[in-house]
Ligand binder design. Structure first.
Ligand SMILES: C[S@@+](CC[C@H](N)C(=O)[O-])C[C@H]1O[C@@H](n2cnc3c(N)ncnc32)[C@H](O)[C@@H]1O
Length: 250
């Protein structure tokens, strides 16, 4: 049974049909406001917009109302895709062509001037963000939103023996890397650490602020590193995250 929520967007309140998953995401107002604002600004001069991992379509609706001439919402979950279709039907102006594609965004790239992809997660480990963005960059030449994903680290008192996610404000984190999402993104990463226990942070920046670290959007990942480097594969899952052996650091 879909829920109906009202969210604030750059063009005023929007009443959207959502499922529980999308409902929880939209409750992170900083996340949602930042992404909607980025999309609204990027499509203001027209062109085709695509949201990869569109959910129930909040960013697609904002694009349709902000000047995009064509909007493509790509969503792997058929029930969410159906709700995105209903939301677009309600809000897209008559002269805006829209299409909801129920598909895996890593498999069949779509041609758009601007793509947004909020398949973001901590260290880009678990979700399909990197594969989806890379396949679009290889095939077409879109502007990708968010333009950058920031990775940082801070010391914590004691990390548990196994990596653990927890909501934590990234504002005090030391920057390790700024991932440019408009160039092919390397799948492997390696981060040096100088503390025994750390929290890795992942965030996007908007309006001079770091957005991330909430329960639903890039929670921090605490890791007991023993001051050793940490490696992993973006899109490969948490199981690819390893603290490098002392013997292999030399
Ligand atoms: C974090 S939600 C973002 C929803 C919406 N874009 C927003 O910002 O509110 C990510 C969505 O991507 C979808 N998804 C995950 N992997 C996907 C893939 N490979 N292809 C297409 N959609 C995918 C999920 O089903 C989910 O609805």
């Amino acid at each position: 049974m879909p829920l109906r929520v009202t969210i604030e967007s750059p063009m005023g309140p929007l009443k959207l049909l959502v499922d529980h998953y999308q409902h929880d995401l939209l409750k992170d107002e900083d996340r949602t406001t930042a992404l909607m604002s980025m999309v609204s600004e990027a499509v203001s001069s027209g062109g085709t917009f695509a949201d990869l991992g569109a959910g129930t379509g909040p960013l697609a609706v904002v694009a349709a109302l902000s000047g995009a001439e064509r909007v493509i919402a790509v969503e792997i979950n058929p029930r969410r895709a159906k709700l995105a279709e209903k939301n677009l039907r309600r809000y897209a102006p008559r002269d805006v062509k829209f299409e909801v594609v129920t598909a895996d965004a890593t498999e069949k790239p779509v041609n758009a001037d601007v793509i947004a992809c909020e398949m973001l997660d901590t260290l880009l480990l678990e979700e399909d963000f990197v594969r989806a963005v890379n396949v679009h960059l290889e095939t077409y030449d879109p502007e990708v939103l968010p333009k950058e994903v920031h990775v940082g680290v801070e010391p914590v008192e004691t990390a548990p023996p196994h990596p653990r996610y927890e909501a934590r404000d990234p504002s005090g984190a030391e920057v390790l890397e700024i991932v440019d999402t408009n160039r092919p993104i390397p799948e492997k990463f390696r981060y040096e650490t100088r503390w025994d226990s750390v929290a890795f942070h992942t965030w996007i920046e908007w309006d001079g602020r770091r957005i991330g670290g909430s329960e639903v959007f890039c929670p921090a990942l605490t890791v007991f590193t023993r001051r050793r480097p940490v490696v992993g594969v973006r899109g490969g899952g948490l199981e690819t995250l390893h603290v490098v052996d002392a013997a292999r650091t030399r």
